[in-house]
Design a binder for this molecule. Structure first.
Ligand code: NOJ
Ligand code: CA
Length: 714
């Protein structure tokens, strides 16, 4: 029925004109499209306020006339769409995908060989997505995009939360500055990384979070990055215009395509309420529906790992110090002397399995179990890992059977060292090895310079590699958590086996010198717009020199803040990253990590300001339990909470994990307090968070027995 009515609508609203207007379903957003002297322009307004000033659209092609000018006619077809779909995992059980669409077909003049380009706009109540479409046509079969010239003209010198544009890494701290200050702050913002390639003093990455002087929040990103180069944004800081800047292939070309094909969606999320940016689902909605029929094997996972001990330098991935260089299949590890610091020993892994089983974790990640870590990056080494050969002190079958007997899953680790061709050569064998040994999830990694040399982490070729690994993993019923891969763009809607990515500065940097205390108040507005992050929270010992006397790093966070991250950093894959012995010292706080859910029926964004604070309440899937998390920036602050999201006829038991009054991320991070009390939908709470702090609350529907003797939570 719906199909029929939308067809009628379509017929009525198809016309030829140089200017077109489209309103979002509730009218809050208005898009204008116009051809001016043969050049396509768009602009966007929110409640009548300009968000994007008239901005050019188009692409430059190599060896063909450009798709930037010479357009003589345009036809627009409008339609509307409204569906509700259920994600396999997510922040809510149902997502509404409701938009007005306008598909503009543009024809070029004879000088431009009468080519046809389409631009499809989808206007939601919380944002705009648009993409280029290249229909099948005479004279344009294969073509090369030498530059994409999509503009985003700003209305002023906005505040931006940005990281340097880079073809190889997103592992940067965010800078908050005016747009006009980016150029002056760029050098200092480019902190060291094993692999990094910046390209412009005003180039920044997406997702980019902006705030205007009159309180509009604007987010620029992309959706459905498939078979295309990753988009950065380059600012003309005189005119305040961002322009798309694609990651090049090794020869400098940006994208190789053939007709018919489409670009990724360029997205602009906008609201006068920062919470709406977090609640927006346009990035998922602009992706194709789920392509995996049987999803029964895709499950959220809470895990621990043999990991933090290597990241902090307490132990090593490598088994031996005997060899300055190793050659797989030739180097004989059975004769080597162990260095005494290897993390992935049978004994240590079994200890972790015991801990996971005792505390109800689903999985244990083990890194450094396979040969090759003695010499794994920095030498453009092609055959660096084979992904199937364990070190002599890791009894793979024994550990596998032990984990199985305890009801714990092992999480595989495939560090590729960015030797991508080597990984593709081994992939079938590596995935089959996982299936044979009962591994259902893999953490993959792309540290170092991409091989073949000359390529970058975010080029079209690399984007296609990550997609190839994801789709092949789906064939094997394997879930993927890719580190250092391109940042997500909502592809997990289509391939929900992409349960997480890193693709930003994760907790590991707290052991590499530290991250800004407010980092986690920015990430949900930037990196998480495209999909979940394997942030690896849960650090309780902030003084890293206690793990490794040679490492003076400090984790810039309080314990209460670490607990809150399980709620504020949405991911169906959550790690408790600290060492078991540290959790054993703080079992009462650890209880929150054990209890907190991974999958949700509903999420409420209670308060939010990028860079400063955010508080989220989520209802655990299939239950009446709620979990709240607040993370706070550099200054102490009180949240004014109301619990009106709770059922009005019920009393709940709440356990609050809060910063003590004198807690501070730098000098008193372990000062927390735990309070238990009752709450109802009428409860109001003024709740303090320390600098770099936060709070976490678990809320369970209580029975009469439990409530006895409990006071109201204050
Ligand atoms: C970088 C990843 O982010 C980290 O989690 C991993 O331990 C190392 N690479 C080694 O693979
Ligand atoms: Ca990393």
């Amino acid at each position: 029925m719906r199909k029929f009515s939308s067809l009628l609508f379509l017929l009525f609203l198809s016309w030829t004109a140089s200017a077109q207007q489209l309103n979002s379903p509730n009218g809050a957003l208005q898009l204008n499209f116009e051809l001016k002297d043969g050049v396509p322009f768009y602009d966007l307004k929110y409640k009548g306020i300009p968000v994007i000033l008239p901005s050019k659209l188009g692409l430059k092609l190599k060896n063909h006339p450009d798709f930037t000018e010479g357009f003589v006619t345009s036809t627009a077809e409008q339609s509307d769409f409204d569906e509700t779909w259920e994600p396999v995992w997510g922040e809510e059980k149902a997502i509404r995908n409701h938009y007005k669409e306008m598909a503009v077909t543009l024809h070029q003049d004879a000088a431009h060989e009468h080519r046809t380009l389409m631009i499809r706009f989808r206007l939601f109540d919380d944002g705009l997505g648009f993409r280029y479409e290249f229909p099948s046509q005479q004279g344009l079969a294969h073509f090369i995009v030498s530059d994409e010239k999509t503009q985003f003209a700003m209305t002023g010198d906005h505040t931006a939360f940005w990281i340097p544009g880079d073809y190889d890494t997103q592992e940067y701290d965010y800078v908050e500055s005016k747009l006009s200050e980016i150029r002056g702050l760029m050098d200092a913002a480019i902190t060291g990384n094993i692999s990094q390639t910046s390209f412009s003093p005003t180039g920044v990455q997406t997702s980019l979070m902006l705030k205007t002087a009159d309180g509009l929040y604007i987010n620029l990103h992309e959706a459905a990055l498939i078979n295309y180069a990753t988009m950065h944004l380059n600012l003309d800081d005189e005119k305040m215009i961002f322009e798309s800047w694609l990651t090049p292939n090794p020869n400098g070309d940006k994208v190789y395509l053939q007709t018919p094909s489409v670009s990724p969606w360029r997205t602009i999320i906008v609201s006068d309420d920062a919470r709406e940016i977090l609640a927006s689902r346009i990035t998922y909605n602009l992706n194709e529906p789920n392509k995996i029929e049987d999803t029964s094997w895709i499950r959220p996972m809470k895990y621990i790992g043999v990991w933090w001990e290597m990241i902090t330098g307490k132990s090593t991935w490598a088994y031996t110090d005997d060899f300055p260089a190793v050659e797989l299949g030739v180097t004989d590890f059975s004769k080597a002397s162990p260095n005494g610091k290897h993390g992935a020993t049978t004994e240590n892994v079994k200890r972790h399995i015991d801990f996971a089983a005792a505390h109800g974790f689903d999985g244990v990640l083990v890194e450094g179990w396979n040969e090759g870590w003695e010499d794994w990056f920095g030498n453009a080494k092609d055959y660096v890992f084979d992904f199937v050969t364990p070190y002599p002190d890791f009894d793979l079958a024994g550990v596998r059977d032990y984990a199985r007997s305890k009801g714990v899953e092992l999480i595989m680790h495939h560090e590729t060292s960015s030797s991508v061709r080597n990984y593709e050569r081994h992939m079938d064998q590596a995935y089959q090895f996982m299936k044979d040994n009962g591994y259902n999830a893999v953490k993959s990694g792309y540290v170092g310079t991409i091989l073949p040399l000359g390529d970058n982490h975010y080029s079209q070729w690399q984007v296609n590699h990550y997609q190839y690994a994801l789709e092949k993993a789906a064939d094997y019923q394997i879930m993927i958590n890719a580190h250092e891969a391109v940042r997500p763009t909502g592809i997990a809607r289509t391939y929900p086996n992409l349960i997480a990515n890193e693709s930003a500065r994760g907790t590991e940097y707290q052991a590499f010198g530290g991250s800004k205390p407010n980092h986690v108040t920015v990430l949900p507005f930037t990196r998480l717009i495209g999909g979940p992050m394997d942030y690896t929270p849960g650090i309780f010992e902030m003084d890293i020199s206690k793990l490794n006397p040679d490492n003076n790093s400090w984790v810039n966070s309080t314990i209460a803040n670490q607990l809150a991250l399980y709620v504020t950093m949405y991911s169906p894959l959550q790690m408790a990253a600290d060492l078991p012995e540290h959790y054993e010292k703080f079992m009462d706080a650890f209880q929150f990590i054990k209890d907190v859910a991974l999958d949700w029926d509903e999420s409420r964004y209670l308060e939010a300001e990028p860079g400063y604070y955010l508080t989220i309440a989520r209802k655990a899937k299939g239950t009446n339990d709620w979990y709240l998390g607040n993370v706070n920036g550099n200054e102490g602050r009180a949240s004014q909470l109301t619990f009106d999201f709770l059922d009005s006829n019920k009393t709940y038991v709440a356990t609050l994990y809060e910063d003590q009054k004198d807690a501070h991320y730098r000098n008193n991070p372990q000062a927390y307090e735990i309070k238990k009390g009752t709450v109802t939908h009428k409860t109001k709470l003024s709740q303090y968070s320390a600098p770099g702090g936060g709070f976490a609350i678990s809320i369970r529907e209580a029975n009469a027995e439990e409530i006895k003797g409990l006071k109201k939570l204050k």
